[in-house]
Design a protein around this ligand. Sequence first.
Ligand SMILES: Nc1ncnc2c1ncn2[C@@H]1O[C@H](COP(=O)(O)OP(=O)(O)O)[C@@H](O)[C@H]1O
Ligand SMILES: O=P(O)(O)OC[C@H]1O[C@](O)(COP(=O)(O)O)[C@@H](O)[C@@H]1O
Length: 306
Amino acid sequence: MIYTITVNPSIDYVLQLKDLNTGQVNRTQTDVKLPGGKGINVSRIMKELDIDSTALGFVGGATGSMFEELLSQHQLKTAFTRVSEDTRINVKINAVDQNEETEINGAGPEITQTERDSFMNNLDSVGDGDIVVMAGSLCKNLDAGFYLDIAKKIQKQGAEFIIDTTGQALLDTLPLHPLVVKPNHHELADLFNVTLNNEQEIITYARKLLEKGAKHALVSMAGDGALLVTKDKAYKANAPKGTVINSVGAGDSMIAGFAGTFMETKDPIESLHVGAACGSATAFSQDIAVKAKIDEVYKEISITEI
Ligand SMILES: Nc1ncnc2c1ncn2[C@@H]1O[C@H](COP(=O)(O)OP(=O)(O)O)[C@@H](O)[C@H]1O
Ligand SMILES: O=P(O)(O)OC[C@H]1O[C@](O)(COP(=O)(O)O)[C@@H](O)[C@@H]1O
């Protein structure tokens, strides 16, 4: 079984407008509300790929109820921990004529000790051979050690983990040997406080994540595709050409494709291929990609060793 953990889920309020003018009244062409958060998006793509997953996380208040209602149409297996403060609303602004996406993500609810304990108890069902995907930011009062606590617990229970987060929370888990870490190239540069100018430099720093303990480093590069660094090899997936509609969730989709395929095949190259197809297919869709789009995009991707 794959478990996804979205500590800080969201309602993604996706607004499309012609131009965004800050300091002025702007009006939308279209607006949609989507159930968001990184692990949620991972579970949604897994559903498209016909892979079983259970989505975990903290959900609260009136916005939490709305989030669950929005999610219900996707028929995911969930086991959320209820909290008293509101689930956040993240605003995504696509300014069409400016060809620019702006995101404003909330800090999320405060989690009490009781709610935290109840969440940890919920992880008792994770067992041998399971994969746990931990993805996204932490709610405002949860310290960077929260992911580390989860990783230690599920590892004792025989599961492996994949982590997609930033900064110290990510670095702290590396000694526990995550199966995959997936920074984008900007996040990778920030982790080491450097500027990365080309693929060779990205590979060099991705390899440092392996030296610190990660088993695979998957570095996404938006419209430039993705790199996978393994113990002794590096591979590139191209990003096919297409009309980008809404790239929110492209990274999550990539993780879902990679993790789901890896769980079934243990083949990192095929996992990269499916992951890249899921990522680009989502970038070319309004919402998270559907299976037909993923299959279409898969044919336009090739993996090369570099
Ligand atoms: N504009 C795009 N065109 C084609 N593929 C894309 C585009 N944006 C993202 N993708 C695909 O989705 C993957 C993840 O996207 P990226 O934006 O790098 O992740 P994140 O959302 O985590 O920052 C990329 O590695 C690429 O394969
Ligand atoms: O937890 P964070 O880092 O604030 O990110 C949450 C946001 O990330 C998303 O999951 C999208 O992530 P990606 O674009 O990185 O794949 C949104 O649905 C959500 O609003």
